[in-house]
Design a protein around this ligand. Structure first.
Ligand SMILES: Cc1ncc(COP(=O)(O)O)c(C=O)c1O
Length: 368
């Protein structure tokens, strides 16, 4: 992350206006940031004005406010499955039920399942990660994104979209957002610079379409404002032209790290291991045979100071116990190589020690 440049910009902003850090902002947030975000959203296929953008304290807050604006406690929201546990916690905090849609790492959510849920009037909203999802790394193509938006529009169902990883594509051009295909203001677009510039500055935004007033009111009620200095710092970074160069370096680094970690999986893990091959982001999803217990691996790995995320916390129904998520976001090093070797050893040892009293019913696999 370009920490030194961000610190320098922040210092300059404070020096030039020494009281600015201590003032309240009001929704929709700082204009220079909204201006820069609107400009960047052109690359995502969205033509919006700064007035249509609300700045927030990160994608988490955007998603929380967006979901709250379109649901009531007790409602059901369709989600891709598996889904990032942080987002599941948001659903839980809002007392929402999740309808898990089967999701393929390459092709994305199952349209027949979404269609069936819509026909049965089972859901009031849908939540999807647009690009390089957490944890599967899924990035649906434009045609499918358009199809999903049209299908939801037909049933007048809002889509809360989280595009936090979209700038981290490895090849080609920036993948589009669902919002790019939204003609009715039904898509609530949420994102931030947590994965590209600084998670600590907590700078995010929400383009809520026809729900903009509700989302802005909720923002005001929840915490009134987003801190001004972080907003101006990010705006200055986006404006000075360094962002594209920084992104090119970051994407190259993430791609190399992901390739290296995938090689280590091939080297050290059992031969029947399945692993995703995302075209962006920094997450890998690993699937082991049905009898494997990733919670046990999680506990054993922690003793070696290795962190994996067990699969079942990515599902409200507790599926994916035989899966886990790896983060490839750190620069490759001998320490990580050794950690992968250790993980391979722990996995093989667990599988070898499994005494199968009864045949295991295979859980659903995202790779089918
Ligand atoms: C899909 C997804 N959305 C949101 C977040 C949180 O974003 P922020 O730090 O901007 O609140 C994360 C963080 O890991 C994430 O993976």
């Amino acid at each position: 992350m370009p920490t030194a440049t961000l610190n320098r910009l922040m210092g300059k902003i404070l020096r030039e206006n020494s009281t600015i850090a201590h003032a309240y902002d009001t929704p929709p947030g700082c204009e220079p940031l909204r201006h820069e975000v609107a400009r960047r959203l052109m690359d995502v296929g969205c033509s919006v004005t700064p007035d249509e953008i609300l700045t927030t304290n990160g994608t988490s807050e955007s998603v929380y406010l967006a979901l709250k604006a379109v649901t009531q406690p007790g409602d059901t929201v369709a989600i891709e499955s598996p889904l990032s546990y942080g987002l599941l916690e948001a659903l839980e905090a809002l007392h929402l039920n999740a309808l898990e849609l089967p999701t393929h790492p390459r092709n994305g959510i199952s349209l027949p399942h979404l269609q069936a849920a819509l026909e049965k009037r089972q859901i009031v909203a849908c939540f999807l990660i647009s690009n390089f999802s957490n944890p599967l790394g899924t990035c649906m193509g434009d045609a499918k994104k358009k199809q999903i938006v049209e299908l939801l529009t037909h049933y007048n169902i809002p889509l809360v979209e989280d595009d936090i990883y979209g700038d981290l594509y490895f090849e080609g051009t920036r993948p589009k957002a669902f919002k790019a295909f939204d003609r009715e203001g039904l898509v609530l677009y949420c994102s931030s610079h947590s994965k590209t510039l600084s998670p600590g500055l907590r700078v995010g935004w929400c383009v809520a379409g026809r729900y903009q007033d509700q989302v802005e009111t909720l923002k005001w009620v929840v915490n009134q404002t987003t801190a001004i200095v972080p907003q101006l710092t990010i705006a200055a970074f986006l404006a000075n032209g360094g962002y594209d160069r920084h992104l090119r370096q970051l994407r190259r680094a993430y791609q190399a790290q992901m390739t290296r970690m995938t090689q280590a999986i091939c080297e050290h893990f059992p031969s029947d291991t399945k692993v995703t091959r995302p075209n962006g982001g920094h997450l890998l999803w690993v699937e082991m045979p049905p009898e494997f217990d990733s919670l046990q691996l999680y506990k054993e790995a922690l003793e070696y100071y290795i962190s994996v995320v067990p699969g079942s916390i990515f599902s409200p129904s507790g599926s994916y116990r035989n899966c886990f998520r790896l983060n490839t976001g750190l620069p490759w090093s001998e320490v990580i190589n050794q950690a992968m070797r250790t993980l391979g050893y722990l996995i093989k040892r667990q599988l070898a020690m499994k005494v199968l009293d009864s045949p295991v019913t295979p859980p659903p696999s995202v790779f089918q």
